[in-house]
Design a protein around this ligand. Sequence first.
Ligand SMILES: [Zn+2]
Length: 462
Amino acid sequence: MKRQLTVLLIALAAAGLLVTGRAQAAALVLTHFTLIDGSGAQPVPDSALVIDPSGRIEWVGPSTRLKTPGGADVTDLAGKYVIPGLIDDHVHLGLVHGLKQDVDFYTADLVQEQLKIYAAYGVTSVLVLGTDKDLIFPVRAAQRAGRPEAARVFTTGQGLVYKGSYGGVPKLNQPVATAAEARAAVDNQARKGVDLIKFWVDDEFGSLPVRMPADVSKAIIDAAHRQHLKAVAHVFYLDNARTLVAQGVDGLAHSVRDMPVDEDLLNRMRQHGTWQMAATLSREASFTYTKLPFLDDPFFSRSVSPAVLTVLNSPEHASQLAASPNFARYKPVLETALTNTIREVRAGIAYGMGTDSGPSARFPGYFAHWELQLMVQAGLTPLQALTAATGGNARFMGARDLGTLAPHKWADLVILDRDPVADIRNTRTIRAVYVAGRAVPTIWQTCVGRPDHDCNGGPDGP
Ligand SMILES: [Zn+2]
């Protein structure tokens, strides 16, 4: 037996498989930081954390009680803050090249590139809502079999769109016309191994002739539940939200945006345990500008190419947006979304954080930080917003080993220079990002589409 083991070790060493880097061999220890653990608990100063060689958290507690494992690699983080990796539970991947949107762009390489941008912003997990091609399943399988070097992906495959109504992307989502078709489509997605089921109920400001009828949404929700999957809905209108909540939908993927939520909806959501999984405030806010207000902010511009920046800065682009028939609608839409967000939070509705980033000009990663800022602007505390984006989202998605910094969870975490509880904008002071216990390049080490020296600014400012 012993001899067999020796032979095996020699064989592995010869194959170069035995020594694969320091991170594999030794524990990592972080000390003397302020811990914000994602559970909603108050920050704990002078904390320490041990990451085992497999990339999971082995221990977390006060620095004074730390027992440093032999040979561990210790980093003193005095003055820094550690939060769990952020989770964005409403994104789309692989749809955009520059500012052009076409599902034909969707490749494993583009998906991987965008997952790296998410991770650079400290967003270490994303949930894609309904616009993935099937190649997402091997991408996800490879991540789950090992230790990803980019954001983890959760997928709803192809979401369900009612024929003639709003939702999905051309050439990908096959519309359904009946409850029976909807049931078959849910079963088909379940067979592929989706994490949740997504569907759309909207008519884009009445510009389309129909919305998904109630018998079809009921069929989707029931079929999802039979498959032990949550069903989440794109909504816009209060009356649809009311029906869907009564039908047992598990999450609303946008705020109600046509009018203020009322006691009836709040009562139903509480009664059914429905989540406001995403408020997508950054989505609505982005539509209120003809020129986005952060184009000169290096925290943003590092993630986009100079060509994209040129377009976003151009007067032609601004006048194109101003001419869009829906442009003027979005200021009240944003106001309604902000008001409904805080009303739901105060009413005790469970909530997560999601941006709807990924379509053209809705930027991966940056929007998560903007979303947190807008949640605070709506009236949440910074700690509530951070908890939504970490422990809350993980709980909603059933991601048991993510979202909080506790023993046995993956060491997906972000080290910040300044206190995000004092000012939510401090989530941008990213010093390091870890996925499964390994550092990945941060946005401050990223400079898309140009040499590194052409990107200004670090976590301490431009
Ligand atoms: Zn979406």
